[in-house]
Design a protein around this ligand. Sequence first.
Ligand SMILES: CC(C)(COP(=O)(O)OP(=O)(O)OC[C@H]1O[C@@H](n2cnc3c(N)ncnc32)[C@H](O)[C@@H]1OP(=O)(O)O)[C@@H](O)C(=O)NCCC(=O)NCCS
Length: 186
Amino acid sequence: MAMTGRELHAKDGRVVVARRLAAGDEQALQAFYRSLSEKTLGFFPVDPEGVEAIARQVERAVSGEDLAYVAEHGGAVVAFFFLWNIRRPVPTLGIVIGDAWQDQGLGRQMLRLLLDEARSLGREAVELTTMVHNDRAFHLYQRVGFRYVGRTTLHLGTGQTRVERRLVYPLTPASEAQFRHRRAAR
Ligand SMILES: CC(C)(COP(=O)(O)OP(=O)(O)OC[C@H]1O[C@@H](n2cnc3c(N)ncnc32)[C@H](O)[C@@H]1OP(=O)(O)O)[C@@H](O)C(=O)NCCC(=O)NCCS
């Protein structure tokens, strides 16, 4: 089956193609994770050797639990961005772009693509959390319209906890009203 995709344009002229994550993408996704620097993995903690978790990510996308995209260039995955639990009223957004492709305006285009998908599916809002020292992501999320609603404690699978910033993008008048007056300290 031919794989259709959408072109996204980097500021330096390079072009990547965004398409849905599909069955058989496990190795390409793992190769992408293996290509990430320590710094990027510090902001998007994933184990590049965690083959079961990678298989599960693909499985969830194929079954429609998540709505997941990859961006490709020259046959390699260069970014992964998704809405977890897309069937719920408020899916959760995640994004990671390869080091050589960061700061090129691609993140903004990928966020818009995911927000358009959530809107067209009639979702109430999209939420996410981001590490407290990830100022680039925090800046970008607010630039595209996410509202910062405060810090939240994540309970990690390891039994540990981590405090992150929580942001919400309202998609309906009701959810817009809910978050309109929220103001939070950083
Ligand atoms: C965070 C990420 C998704 C952003 O995507 P990107 O394509 O690099 O970002 P863009 O080029 O679209 O936009 C970056 C914005 O942040 C700004 N920025 C860059 N570094 C910054 C910093 N240290 N502090 C504040 N803002 C910063 C840029 O100026 C730009 O804003 P502008 O358009 O208003 O000028 C991407 O860099 C990435 O995947 N990083 C590693 C993993 C990660 O952090 N994932 C998110 C986890 S929540």
